[in-house]
Design a protein around this ligand. Structure first.
Ligand SMILES: Cc1cc2nc3c(=O)[nH]c(=O)nc-3n(C[C@H](O)[C@H](O)[C@H](O)COP(=O)(O)OP(=O)(O)OC[C@H]3O[C@@H](n4cnc5c(N)ncnc54)[C@H](O)[C@@H]3O)c2cc1C
Length: 398
């Protein structure tokens, strides 16, 4: 029997597997895919992650595809543009996830790839995981890092199903491009673009330029996402018309994917079970960014599980230390991002963009928070106060 069975070897699963193997635990890491594997994603994350997870530094050449230094946010009516300095690393998920996977394996986790976990049964003294094809694996604890459609969340009843208002449906494509095409349009600052509430729908479109690809995507809240492929095609036509995308761009690789965008689920632990990353809803409701949160939650989970195993106490009450840890470190961030999401999808968004265009500080706060490049919390209060101040300043000028 393994100490821990981790289901899913994405950023959350690979990070928790590595950390626990480093702590001397016997870890089995199961994924339905074989690595390297791709995952539909924008591939942007705060550069501070590479400092925080220092073992990634020497591996950076294997996954870094540039750093976006400027963010451009377009208002819903396309009349106003906010622009600010950012520091967002860009990567290809096939490369980034493979580095995390390799690090987990070289730390001692045992990979079981190409095997889908079908069922989780929690017993009093262990956990059994049935795999497609007939085999089963046992552990003292299971970690569900199996993404937005988590089987572990479903089987443990921690999250039977996301309501469609709590997830966003996305369409994304990594478009091959020449260096010249990229420099011409996005400069060597690799300017990224965000388009708020495209076509009046709650969600956004984006362009993340990279070394030799342009990542183009559109995400819309599930309740409004019907006809997403044709909305994505219209977005691409719009980008080409504005010359924000080369006319000859090949978008045949466009794929669909889901991401949770209403904050975390209530309970992320059960007896002998922890959920993390997308399976727990650890994603910014404002940007759909979840790579960093999955990795941070993974580190908390590893320490809590190691100490619970040492004390042979693996019930939900003991494991809830993990829930307290992530809540105290970034629970408030999700609440603020959700509030900001509501403001950005309100009928006042164009007016707010107009006010923001009069002030550099507002532009900086907005573009940083959309890029996931600020290390701390999005300070909605600071943003609101600054907005008020700019309104007053403009009014007094009249
Ligand atoms: C279109 C799109 C764009 C995004 N852009 C960004 C971005 O720019 N920046 C950012 O930070 N985040 C972004 N995100 C969110 C980000 O992709 C996720 O938050 C992140 O991947 C979460 O990591 P994870 O390890 O929890 O899950 P995942 O990366 O989804 O990994 C889950 C793993 O579990 C495996 N798995 C699933 N079910 C089973 C099973 N039953 N048995 C075995 N294995 C299983 C899968 O194969 C997968 O490898 C985006 C998401 C989408 C959909």
């Amino acid at each position: 029997m393994y100490d821990v069975v981790v289901i899913g070897a994405g950023p959350g699963g690979a990070t928790v597997s590595r950390s626990m193997a480093k702590l001397g635990l016997d870890v089995c890491m199961i994924d339905k895919d074989t690595f390297p594997r791709d995952k539909p994603c924008g591939g942007g994350f705060s550069r501070t992650i590479i400092d925080e997870f220092a073992y990634l530094k020497p591996r950076a050449p294997d996954f870094m595809k540039g750093v976006a230094k400027v963010g451009v946010i377009h208002s819903p009516n396309r009349q106003v543009v906010l622009e600010g300095k950012v520091d967002m690393a860009v990567t290809l998920r096939a490369d980034f996830d493979n580095v995390l996977f390799e690090e987990a394996v070289s730390a001692g986790s045992l990979p079981l790839n190409g095997r889908r976990a079908k069922k989780v049964i929690i017993h009093d003294d262990c956990v059994t995981i049935d795999l497609a094809g007939g085999k089963s694996v046992q552990g003292k604890v299971v970690i569900g890092a199996d993404g937005v459609t988590s089987m572990v969340a479903r089987e443990t009843q921690l999250n039977k199903r996301w309501p469609s208002s709590s997830i966003s449906a996305c369409r994304v494509c990594e478009v091959p491009a020449s260096t010249q095409d990229i420099l011409d349009r996005y400069t060597d600052d690799l300017k990224y673009h965000f388009f708020a509430n495209l076509g009046g729908q709650p969600g956004y479109g984006w362009i993340f330029p990279k070394e030799d690809t342009i990542n183009v995507g559109l995400g819309i809240v599930g309740t409004h996402a019907q006809g997403l492929p044709s909305k994505f095609d219209a977005f691409v036509r719009f980008l080409k018309m504005k010359d924000l995308l080369p006319q000859t761009s090949d978008l045949s690789g466009a794929e669909g994917a889901l991401v949770p965008t209403a904050g975390p689920i209530k309970q992320t632990v059960a007896d002998r079970c922890i959920l993390l990353g997308d399976s727990a809803g650890h994603v910014s409701p404002l940007t759909g960014g979840g790579i960093a949160y999955a990795m941070k939650a993974a580190r908390f989970a590893a320490h809590v599980v190691a100490s619970a195993l040492e004390n042979n106490s693996l019930d939900a009450v003991t494991l809830s230390k993990y829930q307290h840890l992530w809540q105290s470190h970034f629970g408030d961030e999700f609440r603020n991002q959700l509030l900001a999401q509501k403001i950005f999808t309100s009928p006042f968004t164009d007016l707010l963009f107009h006010i923001g265009s009069k002030d550099e500080k507002i532009q900086e706060i907005v573009s940083e928070s959309m890029a996931e490049s600020s290390d701390g919390d999005l300070d909605v209060k600071q943003l609101a106060l600054r907005t008020l101040k700019v309104c007053l300043r403009e009014a007094l000028r009249l």
